[in-house]
Design a protein. Structure first.
Length: 117
């Protein structure tokens, strides 16, 4: 399994959710974050009081290795404009996962049907 950490523009949340549903990704978490990349945050008059961070969203998605490429491509499709600030995706190996309610080690997740909400 791998965890995909995708930092994306806030206004692309709906498109990202739709693409994840389209490729059959049933579960993920989304967090509001502040950060900066190559563009170094806001510049000039846009930066208020020296704040140089941009508001973004962090999608965290855990998928089986064989589904990682298609999930990454879905996130890119939903977010790519060709401009600085489109985001970044980090891929992290997941060694194990446990269900908190039972303490059992999670078996690989098999998706048979996904209903977009």
């Amino acid at each position: 399994m791998v965890e995909l950490l995708a930092v994306v523009r806030r206004n692309r949340a709906r498109a990202t959710k739709e693409e994840l549903a389209r490729v059959g990704c049933p579960g993920y978490s989304v967090f509001p974050v502040l950060g900066r990349g190559r563009q170094r945050g806001l510049r000039g008059e846009q930066a208020q009081h020296g704040v140089s961070f941009l508001p973004k969203l962090l999608f965290t998605v855990v998928v089986e290795d064989d589904r990682a490429r298609e999930t990454i491509e879905a996130i890119i499709r939903a977010n790519q404009t060709g401009e600085f600030g489109d985001g970044k995706i980090f891929v992290v190996e997941v060694a194990e996962a446990y269900r908190v309610s039972t303490g059992e080690r999670e078996p690989p997740v098999e998706v048979t049907e996904v209903v977009a909400t």
